[in-house]
Design a protein around this ligand. Sequence first.
Ligand code: TPP
Ligand code: MG
Length: 563
Amino acid sequence: MPKTNEAVVDAMIEGGVTRGFTLPGLGITWSLPAFHARRDDFDVVLCRSEWIASIMAQTVGRLTGRPAALMGQGPWLSTIGAIGILEAHFAGSPMLVLTETSDYDGYGQMGVYQTMTGDYGGADAMTALRPITKYATYATTPEEAVYGVQMGIKHASLPRHGPSAVVMKTSIIRQEVPEPSKPVLYPGAGYYSHTPARPDRAAVERLASLIDGAARPVVVAGNGVLTAGAGAALQALAERAGIAVVTSYNAKGVISETAEVAAGMLGTWGSPTANRVLAEADLVVMIGASMGPDYTRFRDPAMIRPGEQTLVQIDIDPRNAGWVYPVDLAITGDAGDALAMLSEIGLADSARESRLAHVRAIKDRTDYDVLPRPEARQGTVHHADVVAAIQRFLGPDDFLALDAGANRIWTTFGLRMPHPDRLLVPGGTGVMGWAPPAAAAAKLVHPDKRVTCLAGDGGFMMTAQVLSTCVQRRLPVVFVVSNNDGLGMVRDNLGKARLAVDFAPVDFAMMAESMGARGMRVHAPDALSDALAEAHEAEGPVVIDVQVDPDASHHRAVDNAPL
Ligand SMILES: Cc1ncc(C[n+]2csc(CCOP(=O)(O)OP(=O)(O)O)c2C)c(N)n1
Ligand SMILES: [Mg+2]
């Protein structure tokens, strides 16, 4: 008879979960023999912390649309491991969390050590995970563990994707699954079966006629377009009819940002062009976009105007259409299905030229194609120089992961992603320390693509240990560290009242070398392009420590101007 740990691993593999990220402890240590037995079918990636493991698992889910597993001991997974789970929850990435209560063989009621059962004096893994997951279950028998994994995979994989958690009572992990089991267990396939609900044809016909009647229609593309893999379909339709496309942070670059119809990312930290194109629209079609405050300029009443503009929202979850703005038409459905139906119904192209001319005029007025290049102090570079170098470098096979801070604000403001579906961002939380593990995970998923990570010194230091994993797994990722010796964005916002923002200097090139990676340093704007090219020639991971002017402000890249 199989043990719980073996049956759980079998259920994961049967459900298509074949990669897991971990730093093991107690119940997960007890599970490792079962993973070892199936090591040809399941890749266990050893990480340097639960925090890093959680971000790597989330990124794999985000890139593949299938859950990866995050495995770890209850006390750590539900605390430091919560970061990637939180991002998966906010950004709708599939993930299966496998953890346990750390009560050993049943001592949860009798004094406290690591205890996560919810018993007196201890803490409660279920209570910690429930609010940040779509589905969470507490398995106190072998059968509950197997069925919980099956339901976890089901919930994580069905739209809207998200994280699921199975919290096993530790004592069951080494127990045998009774034969016959009670309740009876079935194979997973029938549980995962799913036919998507198709958008309502009459509603999509109404949308087609609204678009045909609009002078300046705009699509706001969100994470749902990305998840549906519908960027190409959106771009084709928009180009045929001359519809402008602006995006959320998560969906930045879901269509080529150098396309005629693309007007960039919305929001205070986005492109002024996008904000104005939206403000001047007469019809706004929001697709798979939750309309979060970061990209609506905190619900700027001048940008989206219910009653004055016609508002249409398409979302896979009916709760999300008409969530933030009252809409004239709400359509339930997958972004890809809705776009396919719209394309089949057909859109008039008679207004195409005048619509495109309008977008072109706003682009010219707002300098869409011009990156400002402020001067940096001698021996340093400006954030804008980093953006310019990355812009020149990016080809069709390049993934770019972004982190947080002034370096990312300059990038979301100034970088035009030339090729679709190549940007990776923590668009749910905006958390620091996300990009380094995300970049490593992207390279695991796409070994044939080039992957570059851009992070500040603050963000990079949080999860830099992933370098060691890149060395171990032979992942030649290039990490560009925008090193301004501090929390640049916060420092900038504080002005003269400067406190808790300056770090002691760190040499990230030396740090890289200590972990077996290669380190480089860049002090001048012109050197960065060469450094990027050289770093990507290397066999293993490379860190480029870029000395960024600590006084380089992000304010020039912030769009707070009235619309
Ligand atoms: C984990 C986490 N803590 C705090 C913040 C708030 N925050 C956003 S950006 C930032 C500064 C980031 O500094 P750094 O990574 O060095 O980038 P820089 O602004 O210097 O380019 C802070 C503290 C956050 N987003 N995530
Ligand atoms: Mg910094």
